[in-house]
Design a protein around this ligand. Sequence first.
Ligand code: ZN
Length: 346
Amino acid sequence: MEPQIKRWKGSACDTDSWVAYPVLSDDQSQDVELIEAFAAPIVDKKETSRLIRELNSLYPLNGLQHIKRVRACKGKGSPHPLEVLVCLVSDAPDVKDVSIGSLLPSDGVRHDGLGEPFVVKVPARPPLTRPQFELASKHWPTSFHEDKQVTVALRGELFSPPQKATMHLYMMSAFTAAEAGKEMGMEAVGAVVVNPATQRIIAVGHDCRGDHPLHHAVMVCIDLVAQSQGGGCYSFDRYPACRFTSSDTDTFKSGEASSQPYICTGYDLYVTREPCVMCAMALVHSRIGRVFYGTASADGALGTKFKIHSQKDLNHRFEVYKGVLSKQCEDLKGLESHNRKQSLED
Ligand SMILES: [Zn+2]
């Protein structure tokens, strides 16, 4: 099924009106956690490598391999060019007055060349994103293995203008389905499953929970994808906007069962608003490739309340991007609350 260009309300130029940002895991998006450590100025630079060696042996920074032992203090107002991490405050001997002598037993590290210790804060975990790295480095020099795709995605620049035009088209199909569902008295939510390899829309669905409380747009779409593969459980015949393309014209030919994808393997979902927990779990179970949504939901499970797509203890994870056609999708939600208000008044 080809996207319905005729029914577009916007145009390809509207792709400038939205930006798709990644919904990262908690580990990737949390603030930088800091722990306290003792540092000391290196007053005799010639002693640096010996001090590092002896300190590494006396106070190895276990689990903190991302932390650099020494930092340069150029321009930081320090009279000495280098400072070294002596130990974590939690590893230091329990003494009332901390001095370099009390931190370093005479048989461990010769403290020639070291000044008096002071407390600094160092990042407790390795930074996973460039913003985390930049924040962490303000406290203490930290190594960073950059995932370039995440950096570009966080800038909202992962998708090229032609890719955005295609994404725009898919979300418009979801938007149009949402409107069709709303006209039939359903919630204004629409979804589309696409095979990005062939750029074909496999299924389009909208909310059908007037018939069944579990028929959220995403659940409808997944069932339609299953129907396209000869499975599925429900009939959506009375909803003309809910439809699928038979998959034997898509990635595999009938008779080649072994090449049949497991429901949504490798497919993308476009949905006008962030899915709930049930839908997010159904996306995990159906092995969706990526999810793009227009606008967040208060009870959303892909970023707002939960991040089901990045749960380490689930056996499938997927990328999520939000903000595709955000304005139009937000307007759909406006229609929704208007409908609800009206039905309360009726
Ligand atoms: Zn749902």
